[in-house]
Design a protein around this ligand. Structure first.
Ligand code: HEC
Length: 146
């Protein structure tokens, strides 16, 4: 009986050591691909062509955003209360359908596309101004970021 428990103890120890070695050996690649997967899952890039946006529309959008409350919750390249503008640019192709979808979301607010927090509505922003803001945000995909 005593011998059996000693043997069992040794077996357990051996399993622990082997388990530990296997876990350590696997750590690096697993962590890296998890990060890539998580980022992919977060961005959920929509495939599609990008239409060109005139430079003056982009600059007008930049000004409109600077004078609104967007930067309370958004930053250009880092997630804060809302998603980073560069991440939004990575997800959506520059096309009228996505421009309008996002413009409507800016005006009426909403949640569910990027995780838990809710974007407040902006009923005073006109559809045209919201579309111009969206053009500015989506055009960030043309800038070298990260
Ligand atoms: C109170 C905080 C807050 C403010 C102010 C705010 N946002 Fe947001 N915004 C968010 C959050 C949170 C999300 C993510 C919502 C979601 O997960 O669907 C978001 C998402 C977005 C999206 C992506 C929507 C989608 O469906 O992918 C755009 C574009 C956007 N915001 C633009 C703006 C602009 C432009 C302004 C300024 C007029 C602004 N936001 C002001 C919090 C805010």
């Amino acid at each position: 009986m005593h011998l059996l428990s000693v043997l069992l103890g040794k077996l357990l120890l051996w399993l622990l050591v082997v388990g530990w070695l296997v876990a350590c050996g696997r750590k690096e690649p697993a962590a890296t691909s998890n990060t890539v997967d998580r980022r992919k899952e977060y961005i959920r890039k929509i495939p599609g062509e990008n239409e060109p946006v005139p430079e003056e529309v982009v600059s007008r959008g930049e000004v409109l955003i600077a004078y609104s409350d967007c930067y309370d919750c958004h930053r250009e390249e880092k997630k804060s209360k809302g998603p980073a503008f560069s991440d939004i640019a990575e997800r959506y192709p520059i096309q009228p359908a996505y421009r309008d979808l996002l413009a409507r979301k800016i005006i009426s607010g909403g949640f569910g596309s990027w995780g838990n927090p809710v974007m407040s509505p902006h009923p005073d922003v006109s559809m045209e101004d919201a579309q111009t803001m969206v053009y500015y945000i989506l055009s960030l995909k043309y800038r070298p970021v990260h």
